[in-house]
Design a protein around this ligand. Structure first.
Ligand SMILES: CC#C[C@H]1NC(N)=Nc2cc3[nH]c(NC)nc3cc21
Length: 370
């Protein structure tokens, strides 16, 4: 199949690459960060806000939309893009991770996973075929395989057997019908064990997908462990296909993952932390509710060019947060997403100039991370 991913440039000083991924709703530049829009909305952001912060693609969740409002209703109303009035690319996760992290009383069998809804306790049975069927109905541009997600604490043997099931389910996902033009990404498991990661990678690559994701990271493991798996897997992954690490991550994690040659990322951090007053700046994180900002007339981040940093003071943002105002969530989320998306833009620029090494040095120096 003609790959929709074009490798534009490799940074001579590391594994980082610049790419372009074509989709039914336009092309996205990689490396790219995907704001999380679980329930068909990126919380506290309108689609116009998302365009204003230069979001190119957003993520939504099969598990949540299947339970509410139901994928058939979304399909009947014209699909996810028109339902939420977002006409750029959308990637949907398969429900694999959510059914293990959200559903109650899960029962795993070869056929699929029986779980209870976290909303009303009703029983459901998610299978690879149903997961793909839901994603087909939603009409996402990139859809994910339904994978078996072992707990981060699982023993070697469990992880080994689990990755074999994920491979069998991946074959069934590839066989299931999806829309013309919908891209299907495979998910590589194997926990923190390099030999299991290599085996999962080989099996998933042998089936063949439009892109390859690393699952099972950012599930509570140590940073060193996560970086170790990233570093070990990158050279084993196909060069000419997109590489997506699910659930990553903090700004520092994004810098390290891009450095090692990964292309796509999603994380709830910028949106969830914003609603808790935890804001990201070029000098590191600040908690806007701190008393020190009470009379601070300066911008949130002096180096940020976003609408919030140009028009509101830290004192005002602190006031909104402490007053429990809805606008606090809107402005804090807007800035955090702008920060994450602009961080990716700066890294794309650095790669183009073979200078991600320089960017990385400056990033750590300013972020007071050592
Ligand atoms: C085991 C496994 C696995 C992966 N499988 C699927 N389908 N989605 C994911 C979403 C994630 N989010 C985070 N961290 C927030 N880690 C994730 C891992 C996965």
């Amino acid at each position: 199949s003609t790959s929709l991913f074009t490798l534009l440039h490799r940074d001579a000083s590391c594994g980082a690459r610049l790419g372009s991924l074509n989709t039914l709703h336009g092309a996205i530049e990689t490396p790219i960060f995907m704001p999380v829009g679980t329930n068909a909305t990126v919380k506290a952001m309108t689609p116009d806000d998302l365009l204003a912060v230069n979001a190119q693609i957003i993520l939504s969740n099969t598990y949540h939309l299947y339970l509410r409002p139901g994928h058939r209703l979304v399909e009947q109303l014209g699909g996810l893009h028109s339902f939420m009035n977002w006409h750029r690319p959308i990637l949907t996760d398969s429900g694999g991770f959510q059914v293990f992290s959200l559903g109650e009383l899960r029962k795993i069998s070869e056929e699929g996973v029986r779980f209870q809804s976290h909303l009303d306790g009703s029983y459901h049975f998610l299978t690879p075929e149903l997961s793909i069927g839901i994603q087909e109905a939603l009409g996402a541009d990139i859809i994910m395989c339904f994978d078996e997600c072992p707990p981060a604490t699982a023993e070697y043997d469990y992880v080994s057997r689990s990755l074999e099931m994920t491979t069998r389910w991946a074959r069934r996902c590839k066989q299931a019908h999806r829309r013309e033009g919908q891209q299907l990404f495979g998910i590589i498991q194997g926990g923190m064990h390099y030999d299991l990661r290599a085996r999962s990678l080989e099996q998933i690559f042998e089936i063949g997908f439009d892109g390859y994701a690393l699952g099972g990271l950012s599930v509570g493991e140590e940073k060193e462990q996560m970086y170790g798996v990233m570093e070990a897997c990158a050279p084993l992954m196909p060069q000419d296909h997109p590489r997506y690490i699910m659930g990553i991550g903090a700004p520092q994690d994004l810098v390290e993952a891009v450095w090692h040659g990964y292309d796509m990322f999603d994380c709830v951090m910028p949106t969830r932390n914003a609603r808790n007053g935890m804001l990201f700046t070029s000098q590191g994180r600040i908690n806007i509710k701190a008393k020190i900002f009470e009379e601070d007339s300066g911008p949130l981040d002096p180096e940020c060019g976003c609408h919030v940093c140009r028009n509101y003071s830290r004192a005002y943002l602190r006031h909104l947060y402490r007053a429990g105002e809805i606008l606090a969530s809107n402005l804090n989320t807007y800035h955090n997403l702008y920060y994450f998306l602009d961080l990716m833009r700066q890294m794309r620029e650095a790669i183009k100039n073979d200078n991600l090494a320089g960017f990385r040095r400056e990033f750590y120096a300013k972020q007071q991370i050592h």
